[in-house]
Design a protein around this ligand. Structure first.
Ligand SMILES: [Zn+2]
Length: 296
């Protein structure tokens, strides 16, 4: 597939219920011409059987002001330091006891539909605000702040609005890829909460699997474009964290030669700690094993 032309099948279709028309192009990495941890088999905390966790205990409602419409609204946020950090998946998805913190990273203005990862929520130019109002705000039916934890459906809808706003704001390709990565993580998190006793378990699992893979691929393609045209740090990651992430995304996309190139960048560097190199070597073992399995 040619870089920069990643088309999706009705990517934003599930925003129709919010009154949002499908954008003309679903190529989320299109730009203006002129602007041109080791996965240790950690079970999702929600699956723990011996102790019952209530995700709502880990979150609170935070007041926000929208930089697009100027109105106040509430968003859910994870209480700092409350959830025990358990480690990460191999593509750096964070795992916490009792709460999937990833769900709470996309902030949506309940009045106008403007959405963004919290880190870049306020950095909106006047031109971007106008585009958001024109393309989303006037049609947006409004949302309510539900009680308790977000379901995965709610979190995914919020992230898709954030992705659409990234495209409308013509944000850096890396920022768009990062939202795709987190969407992949959400489908993986959702999958871990499914129970085999559910009537539609096989269907739901397949949907989660397919969507996870699709967004991980989009994230990898987007970050590859970003790597060629942006400078470090990318999405707040230093060069070696980014190389590690890319190695694992390449592995997940069965692009094993590139996965090993990214690993080599880490292992051959003099400025990387022994601990990080060891982590990279362990990932490399997994890459080699999967590469061998693939070719045998
Ligand atoms: Zn707003």
């Amino acid at each position: 597939m040619k870089a920069g032309t990643i088309l999706m099948d009705d990517l934003f279709g599930d925003l129709a219920g919010l009154g949002i028309k499908k954008p003309q192009s679903e190529d989320i990495f299109k730009e203006d011409e002129q602007e041109a941890a080791v996965r240790p088999g950690v079970q999702s905390p929600i699956e723990k059987k011996e102790k019952v966790f209530n995700e709502a205990d880990y979150i609170f409602d935070k007041n926000m002001e929208c930089p697009v419409c100027g109105r106040s609204f509430k968003t859910k946020k994870v209480r700092a330091g409350k959830a025990r950090f358990l480690g990460t998946d191999s593509d750096l998805r964070p795992l916490h006891e009792g709460v999937d913190t990833v769900k709470y990273d996309a902030v949506v203005c309940l009045h106008c539909g403007y959405a963004s990862l919290e880190r870049v929520f306020t950095n909106v130019t006047a031109k971007q605000a106008k585009e958001i109002r024109d393309q989303i705000g006037y049609n947006f039916k409004g949302m309510t702040n539900s009680i308790g934890a977000y379901t995965y459906e709610e979190a995914i809808q919020r992230y898709k609005l954030a992705l659409l706003c990234c495209v409308i704001r013509k944000m850096k390709i890396s920022e768009r890829a990062y939202v795709c990565l987190k969407l992949g993580w959400l489908y993986r998190g959702w999958k871990s909460t499914l129970s085999e006793s559910d009537a539609d378990y096989a269907k739901k699992k397949k949907e989660c699997d397919d969507n996870e893979k699709s967004f991980i691929t989009k994230a990898y393609e987007g970050f590859k474009i970003a790597l060629a045209k942006e400078s470090m740090p990318i999405c707040g990651m230093d060069q070696y964290t980014f190389s590690y992430l890319m190695a694992d995304l390449a592995r997940q996309n069965k692009d094993y030669d590139n996965a090993q190139k990214f690993i080599y960048e880490i292992i051959s560097s003099r400025s990387v700690s022994a601990k990080v190199k060891e982590k990279a070597r362990m990932l490399n073992e997994r890459i080699k094993q999967e590469k061998d399995e693939q070719s045998s």
